[in-house]
Design a protein around this ligand. Structure first.
Ligand code: FUB
Length: 310
């Protein structure tokens, strides 16, 4: 008994917090993580890369949740292309948000009528669904992708999205319509970094924006520089800019040519979600979602974060 007590004391002394294995999901391929903190849990919304894909083969979205960032519950697929009568392919990167008792999930898909990408919005009374198409038609139709949504302290909701441009629009309180027209963010190198070797895309912004506010500072985290993407970010004093480029967060893609960010604070910690090709058979089309805990620098900047599996 004495030796066991001693061992337990020693373990307590050197205890490290329990950490989930990366990738988070090891049963299927997942991509494009979008975490949401709600009611004491982290809900993780992802895409689903079909087994054996050699191009993007994505037909549905998935939901997972955790109360401790270690044990994850699989909530299945409460939203798919079949939920949108107007869409026929490309269940790509989305984000969900809570407002007034409902959950709104913004997702890009290919519009069967135009053949171009469009953004739809699905709604549910529960973070795990089932979700249904809120409109019966696209919310935004301009051929671009990867919506990110944030509700500011004053109640104004913003939707940003884009590739190759970065667009934004103010959502109405119903979260399923907007006022004014979508506007193109001015992509300056001061705001979004300098890309070399691509005259038509002089800044690093590629896709996958993740927009949020923390301690009075607005963040635009994004996938940078096709086609070995890294994760970079910009900050601004207001929700529409002006943006200042702040540098790289995650320098690698890890066996996937894309990466895709999602950041939340939860239970006193900050978490950076991303994807890579870490599972057996992993590639740019068979990706896996992973997460790293990190600490913001005192001035609000984000340190370099490396993958613990790739
Ligand atoms: O998953 C399909 C596309 O790949 C996403 O929309 C992009 O962000 C990239 O991850």
């Amino acid at each position: 008994v004495a030796w066991l007590t001693g061992l337990l004391c020693l373990m307590a002394l050197f205890a490290v917090p329990a950490r989930a294995d990366n990738p988070i999901v090891q049963t299927i391929y997942t991509a494009d993580p979008a975490p949401l903190v709600y009611n004491g849990r982290v809900y993780l919304y992802t895409g689903h890369d079909e087994d054996g894909s050699t191009t993007y083969t994505m037909k549905e979205w998935r939901v997972w949740s955790s109360a401790d960032m270690v044990n994850w519950t699989d909530h299945g697929s409460p939203l798919s292309l079949a939920s949108f009568s107007w869409a026929n392919a490309n269940a790509w990167a989305g984000q969900a948000i809570y407002r007034n008792g409902r959950f709104y999930w913004y997702v890009p898909m290919r519009d069967r009528a135009t053949g171009a990408m469009a953004i739809g919005v699905a709604v549910s009374n529960s973070p795990t669904g089932p979700f249904s198409d809120a409109l019966g038609h696209p919310l935004v139709e301009n051929g671009q992708i990867d919506p990110t949504v944030y509700i500011n302290d004053d109640g104004q909701a913003y939707l940003y999205w884009g590739n190759p441009d970065l667009w934004s629009v103010k959502l109405n309180p119903d979260m399923t319509s907007y006022s004014g027209s979508p506007t193109k963010v001015s992509l300056t190198t001061a705001g979004f970094g300098t890309r070399t070797g691509n005259a038509s895309r002089p800044t690093l912004f590629e896709e996958g924006p993740w927009f949020y506010k923390r301690n009075g500072l607005y963040y635009m985290v994004f996938a940078a520089a096709c086609c070995s993407e890294f994760i970079a970010y910009s900050t601004a004093p207001g929700p529409t800019g002006p943006w200042t480029y702040r540098g790289t967060i995650m320098p690698t893609q890890g066996a996937s040519f894309t990466n895709h960010p999602g950041i939340v604070d939860f239970n006193g910690g900050s978490y950076f979600f991303y994807h890579n090709g870490a599972l057996p058979g992993g590639s740019g089309y068979t990706r896996s979602v992973a997460v790293e805990k990190f600490t913001y620098n005192a001035n609000g900047t984000i340190p370099t974060i490396n993958m613990t599996s790739s």
